[in-house]
Write a protein that binds this ligand. Structure first.
Ligand SMILES: Nc1nc2c(c(=O)[nH]1)N[C@@H](CNc1ccc(C(=O)N[C@@H](CCC(=O)N[C@@H](CCC(=O)N[C@@H](CCC(=O)O)C(=O)O)C(=O)O)C(=O)O)cc1)CN2
Ligand code: MET
Ligand SMILES: [Zn+2]
Length: 773
């Protein structure tokens, strides 16, 4: 008879550390500044500090309330390695060479001189990115459980009985891609029966170590998958019938974060798992008939949002829990998702206004909210004071100055269709050609140039007060001078100022708009050691003063060639911030769009002839459920239109989107109505030109000709071949030549060489096309 599932838990916790300790240790290890022992010592210290912290916040250290959700780089990679699922292109790392070492693990994550790493892609609808396993019909599977078992043992030694968490078999295979050469018709899920014995063996091994509960994350069950529902439901049944049939195993918690499971609840409930987690924030609260299906299991109610940073309405959450309990279900209180998507602790923020801080709940505060609600479930009435306090805070938030600004609302309410419409493209095209007189196949970059250690350090010193505002501005101007001179020397047609003033393309705008605040320590892992500090969008948004105009004008004053103004679009600003949850996203997007519209007009007035509005996250916010996608695409496209449509016909509007799955949203991209669109294309060898050709994409387009994600320098010949491929499918008069994305993560050495090759290749193809026509 398995133990009862604990009354309160979280699905996962941030791993990067309250002061980004893991990031620093990883980067020190990769740079050779510390050895593997020191890295592992720091990781272990962080894990134990997490268990201690969670215990302090009220989770029980003895009953599996605490998840063991650490990862050195990525949890999907960890599960692939646990199963020995090493892609065939890494034969030296295969299981017959023994268990995988830490350097081998990092080779899979980061690649080496010869091989690219596993592909990285977005994790559900978050700004976290996971590594995509490659599974073929013959990929071998061998259990490699040492890392997991060591963590269980190490926790036990420190006095914690933790709950190991890993990606469940169905989601693991659904998130994998078919290995190259797997053959049409093969889907990784075809290998389900081959991985199940390994998961079963793992349950045995965990049982031997005294583990009582194991968590299998199955978020793919809360999304629409490319495979038919019946196939996925059958996989759920087979997987969990197999695993629950293992004799003497630990009990199983199956989690389904990031959405509702809908009809799939039937298949999940029919399995022999002991506890089922549902996301009650994104998904619906189950009706009594659905709850009846869960009889005999614990419902782990994901009622605290793991995905945003706002304090919960505890009164409302308690009412939902009361209803569930009245229906007789065995109940545990939890977060809707892992807390890896939110910063650690509001308590360490020194510069946030107290009132704003009181509205916030980061990971540690969310644990407290879970514990309060679990107290309420166990002893109704016992949490009334905390619930009343939350109600008071929420009421204060609703009426606080800045949350609703009449002038902002009136402006948004007064919009008419013409505010979204730039007029006909033909008129624009001839006006722009007259104003700019650009050659065929114009060359440009995506905006940022390498962010040098000097620039970052100057910014850090300016923030500490060790460098004056004037000193910081002078340092940035020096950098702009160098970037302009370099582009002139290389022979670019459309220049950029290089964005040295931006810590991040979203945070920089948030720092300069009303309605936002930014944190000091609110770092969230984006992938591996890379982090971002999402801004807090808490109020009505407006622009107190021009933001980018001085930098762009300064750059333009240094050159006769056109300098492109550079803005981040409304959808991306929302996607990479924590956004208020008290009004529809579309309303907030329109406010941001209006602020950007003012900036577009000010840039134009200052003489900027080309303005780029980046929307790399347009695809990212696309809802996971197909039924929700059309409404999203409608408002997101309209927000971009609103930001850009006031520009004069002669002003050329560019946009940039850095992903290659272009086909899926090409109609929306067309709807943006930008004069020129640059996109990622190099990693897929220009495949996107087929989508463009098929769609008959009518305006300018710059498919990226070199991959900026790696320090590799492409040859001019290689770039020329890509361009010739593009010219065969897209009229040359529409084509631009640019890299895949911004250069901020690169160094100057490789950047300069790559850009030289880019200009050489563009000139060669330009000459060839001109001869032909
Ligand atoms: N917000 C956002 N989301 C995004 C992307 C993006 O660019 N922005 N890109 C996509 C991929 N994700 C990425 C996420 C992060 C990074 C990245 O490089 N992050 C940097 C931090 C960038 C930053 O905010 N820099 C700040 C702060 C830098 C810093 O750590 N400074 C030191 C001090 C340095 C010194 O004294 O010299 C400190 O604070 O300790 C600045 O330049 O000002 C990192 O982890 O290292 C790259 C890609 C998707 N999502
Ligand atoms: C992630 S898209 C980046 C666009 C931005 N203009 C840059 O060049 O860095
Ligand atoms: Zn990009």
């Amino acid at each position: 008879m398995p133990a009862l599932f604990p009354h309160s838990t979280i699905i996962g916790y941030p791993r990067i550390g309250p002061r980004r300790e893991l990031k620093k240790a990883l980067e020190a290890y990769w740079a050779g500044r510390i050895d593997a022992t020191a890295l592992e010592r720091e990781a272990r210290r962080l894990r134990e500090a997490t268990y201690a912290r969670l215990t302090g916040l009220g989770l029980n250290p003895h009953d599996a309330s605490i998840p063991a959700s650490f990862s050195m780089y990525d949890q999907v990679l960890d599960t692939a390695v646990l199963l020995g699922a090493i892609p065939e292109r890494f034969p030296d790392l295969a299981a017959d060479h023994g268990p995988l070492g830490i350097d081998d693990y990092f080779t899979l994550a980061r690649g080496d001189e010869q091989r690219s790493p596993l592909e990285m892609t977005k994790w559900f609808d978050t700004n976290y990115h996971y590594l995509v396993p490659e599974i073929g019909p013959r990929t071998p599977f061998t259990l490699d459980p040492d890392t997991l078992l060591r963590q269980v043992a190490e926790a036990a030694d420190a006095g914690y009985r933790v709950r190991p968490t890993l990606i469940g078999p169905v989601t693991f295979l659904l998130l994998s891609k078919a290995a190259e050469g797997a053959g049409g018709g093969f889907a990784p899920l075809d290998r389900l029966d081959d991985v199940l014995p390994l998961y079963a063996e793992l349950l045995d091994r965990l049982e031997e170590r005294g583990v009582r509960w194991v968590q299998f994350d199955e978020p793919a069950l809360a999304t629409d998958t490319p495979l038919p529902d019946a196939v996925v439901d059958d996989a759920v049944r087979r997987a969990y019938d197999h695993l629950s049939g293992v004799a003497g195993r630990p009990a199983i918690l199956l989690t389904t974060p990031y959405g509702g499971v809908g009809q799939r609840l039937g298949a999940i409930a029919a399995t022999g798992v002991e506890a089922v987690h549902l996301d009650l924030v994104r998904g619906a609260v189950p009706a009594p008939a659905e709850l009846a299906l869960l009889k005999g299991k614990t419902l782990v109610a994901g009622i605290i949002d793991g995905h945003n940073v706002w304090k919960a309405d505890l009164g409302e959450a308690a009412a939902v829990l009361d209803r569930l309990r009245a229906d007789g279900v065995s109940l545990s209180v939890a977060t809707s998702t892992s807390l890896q998507h939110v910063p650690h602790d509001t308590g360490v923020e020194q510069s946030l206004p107290d009132e704003l801080r009181s509205w916030l709940s980061f990971a540690d505060q969310k644990v407290e909210e879970v514990v309060v609600l679990a107290g309420h479930v166990a002893h109704p009435g016992s949490a009334d004071r905390a619930i009343a306090a939350a109600t008071t805070v929420l009421a204060g938030r609703r009426s606080a100055p800045g949350v609703e600004v009449p002038a902002v609302r009136e402006r948004a309410a007064g919009l008419s269709p013409s505010d979204f419409d730039r007029g006909g493209f033909e008129e624009r095209r001839s006006a722009q050609q007259a104003a700019l007189n650009l050659p065929l196949l114009p060359t440009t970059t995506i905006g940022s140039f390498p962010q040098t250690a000097e620039v970052r350090s100057a910014r850090a010193r300016a923030a500490r007060g060790d460098l004056s505002a004037a000193g910081y501005e002078a340092a940035l101007q020096d950098e702009i001078r160098r970037v302009i001179a370099l582009q002139e020397e290389l022979g670019f047609d459309v220049l950029v100022h290089g964005e040295p003033e931006r810590n991040d393309m979203v945070q920089y705008f948030a720092e300069n708009l009303d309605g936002f605040d930014v944190t000091q320590h609110g770092w969230v892992q984006s992938y591996g050691s890379r982090c971002t500090r999402p801004s807090l969008l808490w109020g009505d948004v407006s622009r107190p003063a021009p933001i980018t105009v001085p930098w762009t004008s300064f750059a333009q004053s240094l050159t006769g060639r056109p300098v492109k103004g550079m803005l981040t679009g409304p959808v991306t600003i929302l996607a990479w911030s924590f956004v208020r949850n008290d009004q529809p996203l579309a309303d907030t997007a329109f406010q941001v769009a209006l602020a950007l519209r003012d900036e577009v007009l000010d840039l134009e007035r200052a003489g900027t002839r080309i303005i780029q509005v980046d929307e790399p996250a347009l695809r990212e916010l696309l809802p996971l459920r197909r039924a929700d996608q059309p409404a999203y695409l409608d408002w997101s496209v309209r927000a971009f239109n609103l930001a850009t449509a006031a520009a004069a016909p002669a002003t050329q509007i560019h946009t940039h989107l850095c992903y290659s799955e272009f086909g899926a949203v090409i109609t929306a991209i067309d709807g943006l109505d930008a004069d020129v669109t640059s996109i990622e294309a190099a990693r897929s060898r220009m495949e996107v030109v087929h989508d463009l050709e098929e769609h008959g994409f009518p305006r300018g387009v710059g498919p990226g000709v070199y991959d900026i994600h790696s320090p590799r320098v492409p040859s001019a010949e290689e770039i020329r071949l890509l361009l010739e491929r593009a010219v065969r499918h897209v009229p040359a008069a529409q084509l631009w030549v640019n890299p895949d994305c911004g250069l901020k993560t690169r160094g100057y050495r490789e950047t300069e060489r790559s850009l030289r090759h880019l200009v050489d290749a563009a000139r060669a193809v330009r000459a060839a096309v001109e001869v032909r026509s």
